[in-house]
Design a protein around this ligand. Structure first.
Ligand code: ADP
Ligand code: MG
Length: 355
């Protein structure tokens, strides 16, 4: 699959040295494993290799557990078993599944359903479309859309139960799960005593304190031109950043490119080519907001970002003719950019492989 429109994030370095007492003898360790269909990478500063690798093992185990809980590919995941009971009574669920669904549903409410955690019947049609290179039939889309609707996802916080009120409904937390898993992995590292770390699940990155002697983790936002590489660099500490776009998963049929993000109003994969980057206090927020803003488009999307505490966003949309790209950003986005000096000393790169 070709990558024309790049929306990937790259960790390219660290910001310049600052006075940092008590950070002596810290070494940098790096670990990678594949979960949730993506490569997760952990960058850890720690005095001790043994501690770093045992903490990394625990963090990956946590991600693997969340994959087994939240996957909509694994038929026996807790999420799938819950979907199988749609139309039935309320079902007690794990705290993790409850929290993800609660976060997802509250974003649905805020976005009037642009973020839609019950979109799975439609997403499944588009997965088949990608395999067969054939658009879903309108009748199929109509039937699938009738089974979608976050208002019928009924959560009871006290009882920790979930009910899918209509038969045939199915959950899909693909737009929030990687950010949630990255947050959880960072928390595991923190509990193991590691305060300077970064977790990257492909386009979802969360960071705790910066590397020793530095003021932030430098994360590059790749340009929309595949050849160009990163053109903007963020300096982040105790923050998360996510990108959404049609970078990796899309299908092109009759010259139209459909994203794996679906507009719940139409059931169609997004065709506006854009890349949305969201910085937030945590990865659950940045991941889900990036997906939601992709659906909402630059005007409404930017408004939503401006109204959300601790959130900044950059939206790059491909136009035609003279103005190839339209760039929209929140008022505070510029302040997150690293100064040119900070962009030196590349240490690594992150993000989906270029193909
Ligand atoms: P990526 O997986 O590339 O990081 P996103 O975080 O934007 O991308 O998530 C895309 C996934 O979210 C889709 O594969 C699908 O599972 C799910 N999804 C698609 N459309 C929506 C939507 N409107 N609201 C919520 N989730 C969606
Ligand atoms: Mg997302």
């Amino acid at each position: 699959m070709s990558v024309g429109l790049l929306a990937m994030l790259l960790v390219v370095g660290t910001s310049p040295a600052v006075e940092d007492q008590g950070a002596g003898n810290l070494e940098r360790f790096e670990f990678r494993e594949t979960h949730m269909g993506s490569e997760f990478k952990l960058l850890i500063y720690c005095t001790d290799r043994e501690l770093a690798s045992s903490a990394a093992r625990s963090a990956f185990a946590r991600i693997a557990f969340l994959d087994a809980t939240l996957s909509d590919y694994k038929p026996d995941s807790e999420l799938m078993r819950l979907s199988d009971q749609a139309g039935g009574p309320a079902v007690p669920v794990s705290p993790e599944l409850f929290e993800v669904l609660a976060r997802a549903r509250s974003l649905s409410e805020r976005t009037d359903g642009a973020f839609e955690p019950t979109i799975n019947p439609v997403v499944k049609l588009w997965r088949r479309a990608r395999r067969n290179r054939e658009l879903p039939r309108p009748s199929q889309l109509k039937e699938a859309l009738e089974r979608v609707g976050w208002r019928d996802l009924v959560l009871n916080a006290e009882a920790q139960t979930v009910r899918l009120a209509r038969p045939g409904m199915r959950l899909d937390v693909g737009g929030i799960a990687k950010g949630y898993a990255s947050d959880a992995a960072l928390e595991v590292l923190r509990e193991a005593g590691i305060s300077r770390a970064l977790v990257a699940g492909a386009g979802d990155i969360v960071a705790s304190e910066p590397p020793p002697g530095r003021s932030g983790w430098i994360v590059g936002i790749a340009s929309l031109d595949a050849e160009e590489g990163a053109t903007r660099f963020l300096s982040l500490r105790c923050q998360a950043v996510s990108t959404s776009g049609d970078t990796e998963r899309f299908v092109e049929i009759d010259g139209v490119r459909y994203s794996h993000i679906v507009d719940p109003r139409t059931g169609l994969g997004l065709t506006d080519r854009s890349s949305v980057t969201v910085v937030a206090p945590d990865g659950t927020t940045s991941d889900s907001l990036a997906t939601a803003i992709s659906v909402l488009g630059p005007e409404t999307g930017l408004e939503l970002a401006e109204q959300t505490e601790g959130v900044e966003a950059l939206i790059v949309t491909v136009g035609d003719g003279q103005n190839r790209y339209r760039v929209d950003q929140t008022s505070g986005f510029e302040a997150l950019l690293a100064r040119p000096l900070e962009q030196e000393e590349p240490v690594t790169s992150l993000g989906p492989p270029e193909s």
